[in-house]
Design a binder for this molecule. Structure first.
Ligand SMILES: Nc1nc2c(ncn2[C@@H]2O[C@H](COP(=O)(O)OP(=O)(O)OP(=O)(O)O)[C@@H](O)[C@H]2O)c(=O)[nH]1
Ligand SMILES: [Zn+2]
Length: 291
């Protein structure tokens, strides 16, 4: 028996790196009976079958974290990647991703790519709402390599989920960090300005012995994990210190009088952009619940 890590799962096979070798593994039938599903990121015991590069997945170690979206184990932080331009920032997607990460209690930082395509003023406009909310925002260019060293430092000795919409430069970022990695870089389709979704499966890539990135597929929409819109305020980092300060206990922060959140937006403490994101998510969750 050897201990390893699941780095990829495709079509019923799990790819496990153990003792510096890659094994294609089938999970033993018992997992299904026990209702356990191996996840990318799981530390596992495998038993080589005797055939070269093949093994059986025998046991899964206890997970330090378990995410639903993306479905991975043992990640300890996330980096949300989005581009300053081409494609333009989808603020709605950023807010949704952050809300899901807050719900799953995974610490998240932001990374704005393609800063070589816009002015410094443009970058400040994009990053400000998130810095105000309390998020660390990195800015990088995969072209000039500006900001890459800071990302390397952020990734050092951690298991980091790399996530973001299609075409924002996640694969390029990995190439900037690990120049000899084999990830594919898709050409943006000029007509629709969107990526080709080159990455289709989550895959763990090693940066060094103790630093790993979880490269996840790009997306064009995100479903919120929460089912009750009343919880949404708690997922907004910058709302939290003020919650409880509204006149009404169940304040939705949308139309009620004497709402501390709306007051903080007016005072410039909370960014109007983030408040708008909150409003959209609130109405979305509420609308879904009716069905
Ligand atoms: N100018 C500029 N172009 C970039 C930068 N980063 C990536 N690109 C380009 O953007 C396009 C998409 O890059 P990818 O790295 O494939 O994007 P991705 O996020 O991995 O895309 P998916 O696999 O679809 O999720 C490619 O044509 C890259 O050359 C950057 O910092 N500056
Ligand atoms: Zn309120």
């Amino acid at each position: 028996m050897i201990k390893g890590r699941i780095i990829k799962g495709i079509g019923g096979f799990y790819y496990v790196v153990a003792a510096h070798a890659l094994y294609e593994c089938r999970a033993r039938g018992l997992f299904r009976k026990e209702g356990r599903t191996p996840l990318v990121g799981d530390m596992v015991d495998i038993e080589p079958t005797g055939e070269e590069g093949k093994a059986y997945l025998q046991d899964i170690y206890e997970r330090s974290t378990e995410l639903v979206r993306p479905a991975v184990a043992n990640a300890d932080q996330a980096l949300l990647v989005f581009s300053a331009a081409s494609p333009a920032v989808s603020y709605g997607l950023v807010d949704r991703f952050l809300a899901n990460m807050e719900e799953q209690e995974l610490d998240t930082c932001l990374c704005i790519t393609k800063i070589d395509l816009v002015s410094e003023e443009d970058i400040d406009v994009i990053r400000e709402p998130y810095e105000k909310a309390g998020y660390k925002v990195y800015i990088v260019s995969n072209k000039t390599k500006e900001g890459i060293d800071e990302i390397k430092a952020f990734l050092k000795d951690r298991n980091t989920v790399l996530s973001g919409p299609s075409g924002v430069g996640k694969s390029s970022l990995i190439k900037s960090i690990i120049p000899d990695s084999s990830v594919e870089i898709g050409e943006i389709s000029q007509k629709i300005g969107r990526g080709k979704n080159t990455t289709r499966h989550t895959e763990i890539l090693p940066i060094d012995e103790t630093s790993f990135v979880y490269d996840t597929p790009g997306y064009s929409s995100i479903e919120l994990l929460i089912k009750d819109e009343a919880e949404l305020g708690f997922l907004m980092r910058e709302f939290r210190p003020h919650l409880g300060g509204c006149r009404f206990a169940g304040c939705s922060h949308l139309n009620e009088p004497d709402c501390i959140i709306k007051q903080k937006v007016e005072e410039g403490v909370i960014s109007p952009r983030r408040y708008e994101g909150y409003r959209e998510m609130y109405l979305d969750v509420k609308g879904r619940r009716k069905w």
